[in-house]
Design a protein around this ligand. Structure first.
Ligand SMILES: *Cc1c(COP(=O)(O)O)cnc(C)c1O
Length: 383
């Protein structure tokens, strides 16, 4: 495959998502030297400010040159000192994954493993913290993409703060698909990514860092054991007119356009909510079983592979016959569930109808007896 004959597959995956034409265009514009051109520092700062406004925070925001994982690692690298106890809230695959970052930086992850089918409640968290709250910070996933679980961070993070625990929240898939008010949630470090509901290509992570989080980094007894993942190196980039590494200028120009698209869309969250709810009902009517019991995110719908069928066979047929890519899963859910990503530019009625119709055809071909036509049901519910 050459650059010119690029893929014609429609990606209805839970990230990366379909990219808007104007984002592609912004990425193709002429670029400056981002280290030396003062105009770029203003452009970067304004882009960060727009991001902060959209996630409802006064905290300083930064765009880091690396995929979503960099944000999670940077948060843990910057906060963790050897021996620090960190509460890792494990109610999803990404939730559990935070333990690895804590360990790499020699912290002591205390993994609290919970039900993957329902969100954590404030009451349950309070009960846990009453027994043990000796943690420097806690990690939580706002929206866990492999399971589709949405945690109520606006309720949970303030409880952690009451106990003096800093919070790191992965909202890579949460932000812009489901409501996120960072200041109301009192999140100390929130992480986002370019390739989910923002519908820009992968390559960037965005973070908002509270004063308390920066203070904790300044108060460390040992230096941050990373250069690329050190958030302190960004703290005064504007005053110093200095970035720790050359910023990926085209990526950031695309991101700016993607943020402006979100800012201009008054129906962004309503659209996500409506499409997600119709998708769940349509798949259920068709005789499929959803993975979650409650706490559904609006970004992705996760359902079980029907008895006796193979996930890979369904995925392959979807691509070969219909040119539509949905996703399977990984870790403990590998081969068990399928996922349709309907966030960002994927969250539109035409693509969802086409995807559900292709899925119905695929399942029928592979021997599953549908109880209803999911595309037809979807259209009826979404109107
Ligand atoms: C996509 C995503 C990330 C970034 O991880 P990749 O697997 O590299 O895309 C982090 N957290 C969540 C919840 C995500 O959905």
């Amino acid at each position: 495959m050459s650059v010119k004959e690029n893929s014609d597959i429609k990606i209805m995956t839970p990230g990366p998502t379909q990219v808007a034409e104007n984002v592609y265009h912004a990425r193709s514009l002429r670029t400056t030297n981002p280290d030396l051109d003062p105009q770029f520092y203003d452009f970067y700062r304004d882009t960060c400010r727009l991001f902060g406004k959209l996630i409802h925070t006064e905290n300083p925001c930064f765009i880091l040159g690396g995929e979503g994982i960099l944000g999670l690692e940077a948060a843990c690298a910057s906060l963790t000192e050897p021996g620090d106890r960190v509460l890792v809230i494990d109610n999803g695959i990404f939730g559990k994954g935070f333990a690895d970052f804590v360990s790499v930086y020699q912290g002591e992850p205390v993994v609290w493993s919970l039900d993957y089918h329902n969100p954590l409640t404030k009451e349950k968290l309070r009960n846990y913290l009453e027994k043990d709250h000796d943690f420097k910070y806690a990690t939580i996933v706002h929206s866990d993409t492999p399971t589709g679980l949405l945690n109520p961070v606006e309720q949970l993070c303030p409880v952690l703060k009451e106990y003096g625990i800093l919070t790191v929240a992965d909202s890579v898939t949460g932000m812009f698909a489901d409501e996120l008010n960072v200041d109301e949630a009192q999140i100390d470090i929130v992480c986002g990514g370019s390739q989910k509901a923002l519908s820009a290509p992968p390559g960037l992570t965005m973070v908002a860092v509270s004063r308390e989080a920066f203070q904790a980094m300044h108060d460390r007894k040992t230096p941050i054991r990373s250069f690329y993942a050190n958030l302190l190196t960004f703290e005064t980039y504007y005053e110093d007119q200095w970035f720790p590494y050359t910023m990926p200028v085209s990526d950031i120009m695309g991101l700016r356009q993607a943020l402006e698209n979100v800012a201009a869309d008054t129906q962004q969250l309503a659209r996500h909510g409506k499409i997600a709810s119709a998708a769940r009902k349509a798949l259920t009517d068709a005789g499929l079983t959803l993975y979650l019991e409650s706490g559904f995110a609006s970004s992705v719908t996760v359902f079980y592979v029907p008895e006796g069928m193979k996930a890979q066979e369904i995925l392959d047929t979807m691509v070969k016959k219909h040119h539509i890519m949905i996703a399977g899963c990984f870790d403990i859910l590998a081969g068990k569930v399928l996922r349709i990503g309907h966030m960002g530019n994927n969250a539109n009625i035409a693509d969802m109808t086409e995807t559900l119709s292709a899925l119905a055809d695929t399942l029928k071909e592979l021997g599953f007896v549908l109880k209803a036509d999911p595309a037809e049901r979807f259209l009826a519910y979404v109107e």
